[in-house]
Design a protein. Structure first.
Length: 247
């Protein structure tokens, strides 16, 4: 395979991964608390291409080295539902997941049949002392800006609000949850965040920006396909010319 085809094929693979990210972002543009994914590009020297190059002039090909998550805050939308909570500032709610703590900005909560305050998926929210919020009556819950949950004047617990450092090993779990990939790593308590009751945080995906990027990536994809086709035609022509000369 010649260097042009290898470079173009590598570019196609990177654009395919980008298309997958953009498609997932657009699909979750209306998902509360969703944080968009982005790609980090890099260049690497392909051993296959080096075989065609003279020493000292290696050819690099584009690859997506890793993905990164945009944790910027989405818009806070008023719902007036007492069980809808939004975080204004940096921080995450903590829930009891199937394999350990899960962290989320999706504050669309429910009361389970047992009276526990849970996420939509049924994961109980955790308090600062690692307990769950247990409703005691049919009265509405009141949540302060500090995360203290009250009912009929009684304190049921204070929500565990945490934040991650820039170097924290965090990965997505589903569309709106995050988990620490290092079992020894621990998040820090959220410092400057307020709980807003009766509001929900919308996705931070910009549909217009994502749509523009999608069109641009599709155009790049088409150009790379044409490059591969052109390279194939050039190789075929070269073979035919050699055949004519040797015949």
């Amino acid at each position: 395979m010649d260097p042009l085809t290898i470079a173009a094929a590598s570019g196609l693979r990177a654009r395919t991964e980008t298309l997958d990210l953009l498609a997932n972002n657009l699909a979750n543009a209306a998902t509360s608390g969703f944080k968009s994914d982005h790609e980090f590009y890099n260049l690497y020297v392909s051993p296959e291409v080096q075989a065609f190059e003279s020493p000292g002039s290696p050819t690099t090909v584009p690859v997506i080295e890793k993905n990164w998550i945009d944790f910027s805050q989405g818009s806070l939308v008023r719902t007036d539902n007492k069980l809808d909570l939004a975080l204004d500032g940096k921080g995450f709610f903590t829930a009891k997941g199937p394999t350990g703590p899960l962290y989320t900005r999706n504050g669309s909560f429910r009361l389970s049949p047992k009276g526990e305050l849970t996420t939509v998926e049924g994961y109980p929210l955790l308090t600062e002392d690692n307990k769950t919020i247990q409703s005691q009556s049919d009265s509405p819950l009141q949540v302060s800006q500090e995360g203290e949950v009250l009912q009929d004047g009684q304190t049921l617990g204070k929500l565990r609000l945490v934040d991650f450092s820039a170097a924290s090993p965090v990965a997505k779990f589903g569309n709106t949850y995050f988990q620490m990939t290092d079992p020894l790593a621990k998040p820090a308590p959220a410092a400057a965040v307020q709980v807003q009751q009766g509001k929900i945080e919308s996705s931070n995906v910009s549909p217009a920006e994502s749509a523009v990027r999608l069109v641009n990536v599709m155009r790049q994809f088409e150009m790379l396909q044409r490059a591969i086709t052109l390279s194939s035609q050039m190789n075929r022509s070269a073979v035919e010319e050699v055949a004519k000369v040797t015949s």
